[in-house]
Design a protein around this ligand. Structure first.
Ligand code: HEC
Length: 477
């Protein structure tokens, strides 16, 4: 009441000046909230409270002002000016300033006639009715509280022929708890072997299947792209999809049974694949506040880069990826200064980036394994290596690559694997450097090869031994 009298008095006494200077909910704040916050802050969605009515916003005016000023909300991790993204979710400085003065003025409501209509959100499939819908095999129960849960669900497609998917849409069932989802293609039924009888298994950093290709993802507020035969993805007969979901408890026991919608088309005219950058050689001493992991790859041919999905766990602080073109110019790809595992997702470029053959893509991730890192899962800190568990770390980036023709994909991937072998075997290698998620069978094969080439039996491969190994690999190709 006091507030209303104050603003009414203000309006009467200072008329023009006062009205112009003090933003109101109806005129200035509602449009910002509807456009930038309501996708998550409305009933039934991931955010803890709605931000639709005057009451919703007014009682949290100070908090809204603080979290927007700190750019904690809306969640958007990519540094502005470093890569230009179609799905950017960021307030302008002017919008943040308006929110701040509104909160400082006591959060006035303003003239009801100036209030915009509340946004209407499409329920159901955003990309239109799919041709095939696959649902999680079981309802998954999320407890009221406790740590976040990471589960993989095997979704058999039962395809009797190869298909092309022009749109893959994840549709969360219980949006209060689904924090994000990733979809992987599993051509060889590896997920089925990991899953229990109900078709699911716990998984944190990745789906733990050897040749997992990331084919889709979802985070709150994500909008699926348009159906496009040009960019359709092939899914071979017999393949499964493995859906990884990150659940965040909501305070009440919840259940979820999300689904995927697939739309089919004819074969694409272009080749779509992922160039995966990673470095498994992670060995972070406890207490180290600044541990750097790097990786690079050279593009073996001209490509178009549509988007990028960086990935690491809780210790990672900063991620920077850039492309160094043969002509000496630099294309910034993404820079995240304050990586937050809880807000990972895919970043789509406004316009696909043309990167010529010979472009060197470099990634540099920095990790903080000190006690001062509030996200450190270990107290006191412990030594951390590569792995897919919460206590492990990863350094990965998926580059969404488009090639002129689908027939280019296989040779592109072969060239990348050859490059990878050369990088990992280019220094002194020990068996300890093997990624821990290798299957026992892979480990056995690699150990056998390792022992064969470790001529002087000192437990590591030095440069000469590596050269002999590479020669062997090349001659077999
Ligand atoms: C992509 C989804 C999403 C969008 C968009 C979003 N939020 Fe949030 N917001 C959340 C979630 C989820 C939380 C709960 C905290 C967390 O998980 O980080 C939250 C928490 C908050 C909080 C409470 C913070 C605290 O410390 O208790 C405020 C205030 C807030 N959001 C305001 C906003 C405002 C204002 C906007 C728009 C400018 C916005 N949010 C946009 C998802 C979102």
């Amino acid at each position: 009441m006091k507030r209303i009298i104050a603003s009414a008095a203000c309006a009467l006494i200072f008329a023009g000046i006062c009205m112009a200077a003090t933003p109101t909910f109806n005129k200035d704040i509602a449009p910002i909230l509807y456009q930038n916050c309501a996708t998550c802050h409305r009933p039934g969605e991931v955010a803890p409270f709605p931000l639709l009515t005057y009451q919703d916003a007014a009682k949290r005016a100070k908090l809204i002002s603080t979290v927007t000023e700190k750019r904690y909300m809306p969640p958007w991790k990519a540094e502005p000016g470093y890569g230009s993204f179609a799905n950017e979710r960021r307030l302008t400085d002017a919008q943040i300033e308006v929110i701040k003065s509104w909160a400082e003025a006591g959060a006035p409501e303003g003239d009801i006639n100036e209030k915009p209509v509340q946004p209407v959100f499409t329920e159901g499939w955003l990309g239109g009715e799919p041709d095939q819908v696959v649902k999680m095999p079981v309802k998954y129960s999320v407890p009221a509280d406790g740590p976040d849960q990471f589960q993989c669900f095997v979704l058999p497609l039962n395809l009797d022929k190869d298909v092309y998917v022009s749109l893959l849409e994840f549709r969360p069932d219980n949006r209060r708890v689904v924090h994000h989802a990733l979809v992987f293609l599993d051509p060889n039924g590896a997920g089925r072997k990991l899953a229990s009888a109900d078709g699911m298994y716990p998984c944190f950093g990745g789906p733990r299947i050897p040749v997992a290709t990331l084919t889709g993802g979802w985070a709150p507020g994500a909008v699926p792209g348009a159906r496009s035969q040009e960019y359709a993805r092939p899914i071979p007969k017999g393949a499964d999809l493995v859906l990884q979901i990150h659940y965040h408890p909501s305070g009440k026991p919840e259940e979820d049974q999300s689904s995927l919608g697939l739309s089919f088309s004819g074969p694409p005219s272009r080749g779509r694949t992922a160039a995966i950058m990673f470095n498994t050689r992670i060995n972070i001493p406890p207490g180290d506040p600044h541990y750097v992991v790097k990786s690079s790859l050279v593009l073996p041919r001209d490509v178009e880069l549509g988007g990028i999905t960086p990935h690491a766990h809780y210790l990672c602080k900063e991620m920077k990826i850039a492309a160094y073109l043969p002509d000496g110019s630099v294309e910034p790809l993404i820079w995240i200064k304050d990586w937050d595992f809880n807000w990972q997702g895919g970043y789509q470029y406004k316009k696909p980036l043309a990167l010529p053959k010979g472009t060197r893509v470099e990634m540099e991730y920095t990790y903080d394994n000190s006690e001062n890192n509030p996200r450190n899962p270990a107290h006191p800190p412990v030594r951390v290596r590569w792995g897919e568990q919460t206590k492990d770390e990863m350094a990965v980036a998926f580059l969404a690559v488009v090639l002129p023709s689908p027939s280019d994909v296989q040779s592109f991937q072969q060239q990348l694997s050859a490059q990878y072998l050369e990088t990992i075997f280019s220094g002194e290698v020990t068996l300890e450097d093997l990624p821990p998620e290798m299957t026992p069978q892979q480990r056995q094969t690699v150990t056998m090869i390792f022992n064969l080439f470790d001529k002087n039996k000192d437990g590591k491969l030095d440069r000469e031994e590596v050269a002999a190994l590479l020669e062997f690999v090349r001659s077999r190709r």
